[in-house]
Design a protein around this ligand. Structure first.
Ligand SMILES: NC(=O)c1ccc[n+]([C@@H]2O[C@H](COP(=O)([O-])OP(=O)(O)OC[C@H]3O[C@@H](n4cnc5c(N)ncnc54)[C@H](OP(=O)(O)O)[C@@H]3O)[C@@H](O)[C@H]2O)c1
Length: 254
């Protein structure tokens, strides 16, 4: 493990559960200070911060609703105040855009309301949160956007979700281009099938086995498969990796 992360700070959206929780915990294990967000589960968000603080790390949990872009300016102000108060810093180093929702629906059944909700929470929020937080990201920082294997391969029922995640991957390259003058790296991590509560979970044993049979490593991923990788990718060990999509799925549909 490198020591370059000891004085760094990461902001992880959706750090209350699943993959985001694991990213927050594994970042803290590397000595990184953590600002994590929660939305509908404040007690879970606080519990993750408490766990980090109890284990010698430093973390703050903040409420952030991806669906409410009008609140992002005041959220950025809050982050600025927390940085000053808790770390005596004006900037943070890493941003992980992880929060997201799933909606399974065939194209023929997809309503405008479902479409808009998916776009707002999974795409619009990533664009505008990153835009508004970039003044607080240190030069030479690193942004990781969480996509999905479903941006590469297609399943019935997730057309809008998969297309949005493909958009996130394009957005990653554009952010990397426009913020290159500040040496900010922007990469995409695309998880495969990960065993979290996402979209109601991965179903019964038969369904899970069916998914596992599509994965070269023969099992579903767990949250730590992603959390460990993201925490390591943030470090200077990957200092020349920029504008890339890295799939972390055990070899799904290869
Ligand atoms: N699990 C998979 O198989 C899989 C595969 C590929 C990609 N991904 C991606 O990985 C990311 C994390 O997924 P996960 O599996 O960890 O899901 P999860 O266990 O359902 O956790 C979702 C997280 O997002 C937060 N969130 C949901 N809606 C939000 C909103 N409107 N505003 C702010 N935060 C919100 C939740 O916060 P609260 O609980 O506090 O509301 C929670 O922390 C997502 O971007 C997802 O698309 C997951």
């Amino acid at each position: 493990m490198t020591t370059d992360q000891k004085s760094k700070i990461v902001l992880v959206t959706g750090g209350s559960r699943g993959i985001g929780k694991s990213i927050a915990l594994n970042a803290a294990k590397r000595g990184i200070g953590v600002i994590l967000t929660y939305n509908g589960n404040p007690e879970k968000g606080m519990a993750v911060a408490d766990e980090i603080n109890a284990n010698g790390g430093k973390a703050v949990a903040l409420k952030w609703d991806a669906a409410d872009v009008s609140s992002f300016d005041s959220f950025a102000d809050q982050v600025q105040q927390i940085l000053k108060r808790e770390w005596n810093r004006t900037h943070f180093d890493y941003l992980v855009n992880n929060a997201g929702i799933a909606q399974r629906m065939l194209i023929k059944d997809t309503t405008e309301a479902i479409f808009d909700e998916l776009v707002n929470v999974n795409f619009k929020s990533v664009f505008f949160l990153t835009q508004k937080l970039l003044p607080l990201v240190a030069d030479g920082g690193h942004i990781i956007n969480v996509s999905s294997g479903l941006a590469r391969f297609a399943f019935p029922g997730v057309a809008v979700y998969g297309a949005i995640k493909a958009g996130i991957e394009a957005l990653t390259r554009y952010f990397a281009k426009e913020y290159a003058d500040r040496r900010i790296r922007v990469n995409t991590v695309a998880p495969g099938a990960i065993d979290t509560e996402f979209g109601g979970g991965k179903g019964d044993e038969a369904h899970r086995q069916q998914i596992a049979s599509m994965i070269a490593l023969g099992r579903l991923g767990d949250a730590d498969d992603i959390g460990l990788f993201v925490a390591s990718l943030l470090s200077e060990d990957s200092r020349f990796v920029n504008a890339q999509r890295i799939e972390v799925g055990g070899g799904i549909f290869i």
